[in-house]
Design a protein around this ligand. Structure first.
Ligand code: F0G
Length: 502
């Protein structure tokens, strides 16, 4: 049985009447250059404008027709589609018409991405921070980061292109701080056929868990000394000269898929986001591009009647976007920075390729919703680690970038930037487990000095050995159980009961 046979067969046999039919609407997608406004067809996979080298976004020429239906139509459709049984509509393509409405059902790749939970901060954490907020757990995607949203779209497009044009070889490449590579390798491994994957990583600058992911998925894993920005330049050079499909967020199909994050936030809040502040960690700036574009689309369609406020968050050790917006309006000039060691390692990027997109979209966003609607904050490494650990002590599962968002919210509250009647949504872009080595460094208070992070003992935890192997050797089973239980009772201060006898 082929991978395609199962859904198609089941689609006919079982799904009729249960879920939604696959949408009949088809758009006319084209690339728009954000610099010179040129438009280009989607026959070729473009990363930059052939006219001026500017960055691109994908648009649908028929979008004005979608607008005519009115916001209520789309809210009802997306809400009812939340119960769809067809795999192709269960993930990011719940929002098919405003995502990539040129893909056919047979090409859509669904590995369980999207539809991630929005978890309210525990009451104790909320009172610690002083505002109501929730984490959107994008670590609960199949490769444990938000990147799967974009890959589902980019790989669906590649499958369509390969099928329609008879390509027999599609080598996907990306540079990565660890999560793009994990996601790309996973989707390539599933797609199979002509699609293969090679990933380029800065040696020693992805976590062991992240490194294990493309290895496990069978990708070619290539490493270079240096940081992400170096690897990015290499894959850009490669993509300009060789037949490869670049999967970094320069690829606009990925941005389209990542817009689903904004759509899901709005939907989870019942399409009312006017008093909401969305906090997003910024690295290569693809995610914040997608969040801005996604909310703007919903607003244009009338699905939401006001935009939420967007706060980008960067570490002091990788802060080029913060620096740009911190300068007075007339004096802003984008300058890449040389990054230094950061616990928000996945966002440790000094020259984000999507910065021009952010600039263009932030302008549009502010034109609709005012200056306060888009801001960028900078936080200390210490605050990022404390943020991650504080969140997780309160029942969350956030990564260091999720910690960065909490540090951002705390800084924003302290600076009076978040009103009392506002609440926040924080993006935990990956699962905590990918970043356990940073937790371990913190608990051992062993961060190398360049990070500038010290352990707050109130957040430290460590396992306690109850018996040494030598002590255990001298005990038979019942003595072992009794002695261990006694030691536990003593350490935990337990009170003995009468034993529950009749
Ligand atoms: N959080 C995580 C967990 C990430 O992996 C990344 C980026 C970001 C935040 C920043 O998002 O780049 O869209 O601004 N990771 C990329 C990668 C660069 O290669 O995995 P961004």
């Amino acid at each position: 049985m082929t991978a395609h046979a199962f859904p198609a067969h089941r689609g006919v046999m079982f799904y009729r009447g249960l879920g939604h039919v696959f949408p009949v609407y088809r758009g006319i997608m084209f690339y728009r250059c954000l610099d010179c406004d040129a438009e280009h067809g989607t026959e070729d996979l473009l990363y930059t404008c052939p006219c001026c080298g500017g960055v691109l976004l994908l648009e649908d020429r028929r979008f004005p027709e979608l607008k005519k239906k009115g916001g209520a139509y789309w809210r009802d459709l997306f809400d009812s589609r939340a119960a769809a049984k067809r795999p192709a509509l269960r993930g990011i393509f719940r929002f098919y018409e405003i995502t990539a409405p040129v893909l056919e059902e047979e090409d859509i790749l669904y590995l369980g991405e999207g539809n991630t939970p929005l978890i309210e901060a525990s009451p104790a954490l909320r009172s610690l921070v002083g505002r109501a907020f929730a984490y959107k757990n994008d670590g609960q995607n199949p490769s444990a980061s938000f990147k799967d949203r974009g890959m589902a779209c980019a790989f669906s497009y590649l499958r369509a292109a390969a099928r329609q044009r008879g390509w027999d070889e599609v080598l996907t490449v990306c540079a990565s701080t660890g999560d793009t590579s994990a996601a790309a390798a996973l989707y390539a491994a599933y797609a199979g056929g002509p699609i293969t994957s090679a990933v380029l990583l800065p040696q020693g600058k992805v976590t062991p868990q992240q490194l294990s992911q493309p290895l496990g998925s069978g990708a070619r894993v290539l490493e270079l000394p240096g940081v992400f920005d170096d690897c990015m330049k290499v894959v850009e050079f490669l993509a300009a000269r060789y037949r490869v499909a670049l999967l970094n967020s320069k690829n606009s199909w990925r941005i389209l898929g990542q817009e689903s994050y904004a759509f899901e936030v709005a939907q989870a809040l019942d399409w009312r986001v006017d008093k909401v502040c969305v906090f997003v960690p910024v690295g290569n700036a693809g995610n914040i591009t997608a969040v801005l574009h996604g909310f703007l689309k919903l607003h244009e369609l009338g699905v939401i009647d006001a935009l939420p406020r967007i706060f980008g968050v960067q570490s002091q050790h990788a802060d080029p976007v913060y620096r740009y917006y911190a300068a007075p309006a007339g004096e802003r000039e984008f300058r890449p920075v040389q990054v230094t060691a950061s616990v928000a390692q996945a966002a440790m990027i000094g020259n984000p390729v999507s910065f021009p997109r952010v600039k263009a979209l932030a302008e549009r966003y502010r034109a609709v919703a005012g200056e306060r609607a888009f801001q960028v904050l900078r936080v200390a490494e210490q605050a990022i680690m404390d943020g991650m650990l504080s969140a997780n002590r309160h029942g969350h599962t956030v990564c260091t970038q999720g910690g960065e968002c909490l540090a951002g919210l705390r800084a924003a509250v302290a600076a009076g930037l978040v009103d009392e009647d506002e609440s926040a949504v924080l993006d935990s872009t990956a699962h905590a487990l990918k970043f356990m080595d940073f937790q371990n460094l913190y608990f051992d208070d062993a961060f190398p000095p360049e990070y500038g992070v010290k352990a707050d003992q109130a957040l430290v935890n460590a396992p306690e050995l109850l018996l040494s192997p030598e002590e255990r050797k001298g005990l038979d089973e019942s003595a072992f159980v009794r002695e261990s239980a006694l030691r536990i009772a003593r350490r935990l201060g337990l009170t003995e009961t009468t034993g529950g006898k009749c």
